[in-house]
Design a protein around this ligand. Sequence first.
Ligand code: ATP
Ligand code: MG
Length: 388
Amino acid sequence: MRDIILLKLGEIVLKGLNRRSFEQKLMGNVRRRLLGLGNFRVSCLQSTVYVEPLDDEADLDAAFAAMQDVFGIVKISRAAACEKEKEAIARLAIAYLREDMLRAKSFKVESKRSDKSFPLTSIQLSQYVGGELAEAYPNCAVDVHEPELTVNVEIRDLAAYVHAAPVDGAGGLPVGSNGIAVSLLSGGIDSPVSTYMIARRGVRLIPVHFFSFPYTSQQAKEKVIELGKLLTAYCGNMTLEVVPFTHIQEEIRDKCPEEYFTLIMRRFMMRIAEEIARYNGGKAIVTGENLGQVASQTMEAMASTQAVTTLPVLQPLIGMDKEEIVRMARKIGTFETSILPYEDCCTVFTPRHPRTHPKLEDVEAAEAALAVDALVQEALQGREQIRL
Ligand code: ATP
Ligand code: MG
């Protein structure tokens, strides 16, 4: 008999009519995440997804770790299995929950039966197992109203299962349940975090990177590919769009006033991102901007950047402090890659005195010497798609 993993669904249950399709999305994402870890059966019952190993090759520890990255799950528990007999269940609970029971001051047992042929009712089973546990652990009293520890017993078709305190899941909504967006992915600390945060809201993402070879090196591109790969643990499979940005930057350098370099460059990023979104049914552009962090992240600068697109620009980091962003980057595992020292295209032609409070009409005038549409089309045509 094999242990199983139970996944408690989060907000999905609030979605009423869509609930079924949310569950299907989540189960699809769970199955994809389990590929390569062995044979599992994934099923859903009463807002709980069950992950059951089907043979000894199935790596339950790896599956348990992988499930902690899947959005749409709030709690994850590992449940131990035994025969469907009350004595066996009580014995298992006493042994398996030893540490939890020794630590807690009070507990209760909650039972569920999906196998209705089991001879005891849920209440009878809870009372029996509760009685045996209370006897084995006199330190821990039964409290059915506000127990410190809840012991769960489930009678399913293959076996009976016992589990206690779950660990936290990644929360959010299942990727793919909330539309598609383009995410601007630089090699920095911020944009992997913003990508993660929007994926967590159920959005499937298309990462886009602007690449200024030879001003930025091949290694800078490899770093972005690596960041994209790290993000697939959360975002699912993605295709990175690498857009050649060198010609645009050279044109800006040659034909525009220096103090507007960064702003004009960012307007090109938005225009190109919008086109890529349209090809792919994307409905928003995600960036890692953070209010006041750099010259191009004042309200006026962002207004002039966003003026070129009608898509909503989602900036999940806008109100965070740098330390909070760094903490998140560490948590999701992108920080160490982000701090590798390769330059980004933004740093290549950085103006000495950037405009921090630009007027839109001045930015437009500064850009007037450029063949904007032709440059956008040229960049789009030259883009490279990399399956992550
Ligand atoms: P990050 O740490 O994400 O690089 P940042 O603090 O360096 O952000 P900026 O350089 O102003 O800020 O960039 C703001 C946002 O623009 C980034 O978070 C990212 O979403 C996008 N961006 C910047 N450079 C690129 C690039 N080369 N390719 C794709 N997106 C980019
Ligand atoms: Mg950057």
